[in-house]
Write a protein of this length. Structure first.
Length: 207
């Protein structure tokens, strides 16, 4: 499947030029060598906090129970109802040759900690759920940007031309916050948006 979209922009010399007028799912070589064959992202809406899993906070332990009202007043509607700071009730230990901190909640994963990668540099600039979910899926707190899955398919395509390149397996009990916007293609053609498969009786209504 391919989509033809005439896209025109102006070069720095003031002349009109064209850029990639055909959008398809054909595989493309990456800019750098890679070993990855596919991308699987698990996003668990409402999952346990990183503070209780991999990320012990000594400062949070120190200030446990203290009020933080004055720091939240500009971001939340009713910060006074948030109460004080709360430290993690779980204990942490270092595991593996990497010495990664893992809480008591995951004793089995702790034994495999050298086989996983933890990225600690990611953060959100907004405390509310909706902007935070936009941030983790698209890198921006506002809707309308392509999701990471849409960018992946746009840049690399797929080796299989008979099945959707970007598949979403959502929770049968309900969509996450922001709904289908979490896997939108944004300003990219809809060819690159996530293809939702939810009902086992009709796995894909769009084929």
């Amino acid at each position: 499947m391919e989509v033809r979209v005439p896209l025109r922009f102006w070069s720095n010399r003031g002349t009109a030029t064209r850029h990639r007028t055909v959008y398809d799912l054909k595989p493309r070589k990456p800019d750098f060598p890679t070993k990855a064959k596919c991308v699987v992202q698990f996003f668990m809406n409402g999952g346990p906090s990183h503070v209780d899993l991999f990320d012990p906070k000594p400062a949070l332990d120190k200030h446990d129970g203290q009020s933080y009202f004055d720091k939240l007043a500009g971001d939340l509607l009713s910060p006074q109802s948030a109460g004080g700071l709360m430290k993690s009730p779980f204990s942490f230990k270092r595991y593996g040759n990497s010495g990664i901190w893992v809480s008591e909640l995951m004793p089995n994963l702790a034994q495999q900690v050298d086989n996983i990668t933890l990225i600690r540099s990611m953060h959100s600039i907004h405390p509310n759920h909706e902007p935070a979910l936009f941030m983790i899926h698209s890198g921006q707190t506002l809707g309308g940007r392509p999701s990471v899955g849409a960018w992946t398919v746009f840049g690399l395509g797929t080796e299989n031309q008979n099945l959707p390149a970007y598949v979403v397996l959502d929770d049968p009990l309900g969509l996450p916050i922001n709904g289908i916007w979490n896997w939108q293609s944004g300003f990219l053609p809809p060819l690159y948006q996530g293809n939702r498969m939810s009902d086992p009786r009709s796995p894909n209504s769009f084929l």
